[in-house]
Each structure stands twice: as C-alpha cells, then as structure tokens.
Design a binder for this molecule. Structure first.
Ligand SMILES: [Zn+2]
Length: 464
C-alpha cells in the first residue's frame, strides 16, 4: 500500500498526465483502496483505521486523476512466484520493516489519527533492569485477540496470591497423578453451552469466593444487605442455621429444597452411569439401582431398587433395606432368575458401584468415607457366600472435577475407553449445571422474608 502511495505521489514513477498501472500481490490492499473510493463511510474498525493515513491519499489521488481523464489501474499478481517487480517490491518492504522508520518516508499530507493516543503494548523480555523503553515493548496487533493474548500471561496466574489455602490445595490436587482429569474437569471453559454466569460461579466455588454467611462474618460485611443492616454476627446458614460455607451450600445444607437438589444431582449421575453401563458387557444382568422411585428405576433398565432377600437370606428385612448401594450388578445372573440361577448365583461376580460428590480438592476424603459406607454390606455378602465382590467408587467434585480413576472404573464396568471419556464429560457438565441450580435455589430462598437471619441491626446513631 505504501508503494502504491509512492507510485502515485512520486513524479519519478508516473507523470500526472500519463496512465498508471500498479501491480500488487495483496488482495486486501486492492479491496481497501476500492472501499476507500466507493464506500469511504464503511472504513471503520481498528485494523482499517491503522491504514487510513495511506488509504485516503491514495483514493484522493486516484479520483483526482480520474477526474482529469487519466486512468489508474490496479492489477493483482501472484505472490512469491518470481515476478520481477513484485519480488523487488517485497524485498524493499522487508528492508523498510527491518531498518529504522527513517529508511522509508511514510509521512503523508494527512494527520495520523492515532498520533498522541495510547495503544496497549506488551513487554518483550526487557534487556536491562529499570523502566521499559520503546524497544522493550511491542504494541498488540488489535484490541480483540491481540489484547487477549497480551493479558493472558498476567491474568492466568500472574499477580494472584499463590500462597492462599485454595491455590495451594489446587496446586497439590492437580499435581496428583490420580487427581482430576485436566481436560475433562475444565471442559466448561471451552463450551458454548455453559453460560458465563455459571462459569463465574464455578470458579468462585473452586477458589472459596462464592459469597456466604461465613465470608460475610469473617470480613464483617452485611450478608443480606437488602434486609439487614450492619455486619453478619454469625456464620450460620440463613436457611438451616448450620455452619455456613461453600461446602455447606453445595452439599451439606439441611434445607429441604437444597437437600432435594443434592439428592437429585447424585441420582441423575447414578442414572447416567447406569445407562452407560447397560450398553457394555454388563448390560442386561440382574441389577439393583437406588436412584429414583421403583418405577423410574425399572424404566431405566434396572431390575429393582432394593436388594432382594434371596441375595442375603440371613439378613433381617429391615437391615437389608438399610443396605443401599447406588448400583449393584450381579454378573451373569438374568433379570428374571430361576431357582437354579439363584442357587448358584453366589459363584458370580458382584459389582458394587458407589457415586459420591465431595469437595473438589479433598476427593480422597470422600473416597475413604465411601469405602466405609458399605462395610456391613460387604461383610454380609461374604457371609452369604458371595466370593467375588468388586467395589467401584466414583468420586465427583461438586464444582465439576472428574477424577482419573473414573476412567479405569468405567472400563472395568464394560465401557470402551471412548464411552468412558464421553460419560466423564457428561458428568462434568452435569456437576456444573447442578452447581448453578443449587446456588440459584439458595439465592432465591435466602431472599425470602421467612428465612432466619444471621445479622444484627446496625447500632442507631445518636441514641443513648
Ligand atoms: Zn443450610
């Protein structure tokens, strides 16, 4: 473009009365010049504005020549294919870019619209300590992707406090070779299906910033400022008066609606896992699933919701009803077992699957807790002669973490590697969506006038 400008401007290239042919390999330059002539009002945007000081004079000179009846033609030529003039122009342009700006006179009769304005720049490895000068910085190429690129290194970890309890817990968890699956646990960031507000809530939950009465109490802020003036005097949950925290909101609150949402999150995850397992080699066996009502469980393909008495004949019925594994599959036992099947069933393998949500960075605690949960069931099965009992515990993080061991477990349950990864993705998005629902429910419930308050009124000024 600069060369076009010089071609039109420089009397050595053309005389004002003679036709001029300009050859260029830049389609963009041709389009821009054409736009400057026919639709100058359309020349907007940061990228185009950069070229305006050159574009407008070119358009002006071409129009002026046309008015005098002198033609100017611009031809597109192939680039880098040995056309003599084009190669020469390329070499000149490279030389100009390499040497100092004084090497090529780029001044135009038009004012630079960016003169004296600020443009974001990034530091490129400063050569000496001290303040940066112009050679240490590079202006970003544009205000969208260029700026994003430049901002990323400082915001990614940058100036954040990496000594905080949460940052250290996450660093430790992600370093653990059995820890969260890195891409699946963060799949929400690249998904267009997760709303921005949900991403923010999830990030806040992961780093302990989701607003709750405990934080309000710690920082001496009002918790529900629209209702109560003065700072929170206790760290109690406004719904159930339990000790409030992010973990409380996401998994421990005793308010019936929140509790129902926690159970729904668990049951939906169990059903997703069960549905996937039905497609593998364990599908179609006698199976027990404790997620939903007896009818919905059977619709989902499970035989029953509770362990039938013939599995553990020596255990009293009321105790048997308290033994509730999420999924129990009796390998090679048909859904309608005959007396013969029942008689030799205890030689078969029993798969116990337990699904549990817990704090993302303390998943091993959840794993230990879940291991204890069915101790009595495992003992009873051993007593009843079931020799092959395999226990699978799938731990899921309340803010979307899916752990690497889930893949191994799902493969043991008959899924292919691809099916297992697909299911893990689904479980991640399900956890994030459930977090959104739970936080939404808590926010609307705590705004209702009848929920108990955890703050005191501000002392009235000027009163004895
Ligand atoms: Zn609560």
């Amino acid at each position: 473009m600069l060369l076009s400008y010089h071609a039109l401007h420089d009397p050595r290239c053309c005389s004002p009365g003679e036709p001029l042919d300009i050859f260029t390999d830049s389609q963009v330059a041709i389009q821009l010049v054409s736009k400057a002539i026919y639709r100058p009002h359309g020349l907007t945007g940061a990228d185009i504005c950069l070229h305006l000081p050159l574009l407008l004079p070119i358009a002006h000179m071409m129009l002026e020549r046309a008015a005098r009846g002198v033609p100017t033609r611009i031809f597109k030529v192939k680039s880098h294919c040995g056309i003599h003039g084009n190669e020469e122009a390329d070499a000149l342009a490279k030389e100009a870019a390499r040497t100092s700006p004084e090497g090529l006179d780029a001044t135009t009769p038009y004012e630079n619209p960016f003169d004296g304005k600020w443009w974001p720049a990034t530091a490129v490895a400063p050569t000496a300590p001290g303040p940066l000068d112009n050679s240490d910085v590079r202006t970003v190429s544009n205000l969208k992707s260029g700026l994003k690129e430049a901002v990323r290194p400082t915001t990614k970890k940058g100036f954040s406090n990496q000594n905080s309890v949460y940052a250290q817990a996450w660093a430790e968890t992600t370093m653990d070779p059995e820890g969260p699956h890195p891409t699946i646990s963060n799949a929400m960031w690249n998904s267009s299906k997760v709303p921005y507000a949900t991403l923010v809530q999830t990030l806040k939950s992961r780093y302990g910033c989701l607003w709750n009465a405990k934080l309000a109490h710690r920082f001496k802020r009002p918790y529900l400022p629209h209702r109560v003036h003065g700072h929170a005097i206790s760290a109690a949950c406004p719904l159930c008066s339990g000790s409030d925290s992010i973990g409380h909101i996401l998994g421990e609150c005793a308010h019936p609606i929140l509790k129902a949402l926690h159970i729904r999150r668990h049951d939906e995850a169990v059903r997703m896992i069960f549905k996937a397992v039905q497609k593998g080699f364990l599908g179609g066996n006698f199976s027990i699933m404790d997620a939903g009502t007896s009818d919905t469980v059977q619709v989902a393909g499970a035989t029953t919701k509770r362990i039938p008495p013939w599995v553990l004949p020596h255990v009293p019925t009321d105790e048997l009803h308290r033994m509730r594994p999420d999924i129990m599959i009796l390998d090679s036992v048909p859904q309608q077992p005959t007396d013969v099947d029942i008689a030799c069933a205890h030689h078969r393998t029993v798969h116990l699957v337990e699904v549990g949500y817990g704090p993302d960075t303390r998943w091993k605690e959840t794993l230990e807790k879940k291991k204890q949960q069915h101790q009595r069931l495992k003992e009873a099965l051993a007593q009843a002669g079931w020799t092959n009992v395999v226990e699978h515990i799938i731990v899921l993080g309340r803010s979307g973490c899916v752990y690497r061991n889930a893949q191994t477990i799902l493969e043991q349950l008959g899924l292919t590697s691809a099916q297992a990864l697909k299911l893990m993705h689904k479980l991640h998005f399900h956890a994030v969506a459930s977090l959104r629902d739970i936080v939404k429910a808590r926010r609307s419930l705590e705004r209702l006038p009848h929920s108990s308050t955890t703050a005191r009124r501000a002392p009235r000024q000027g009163m004895g």
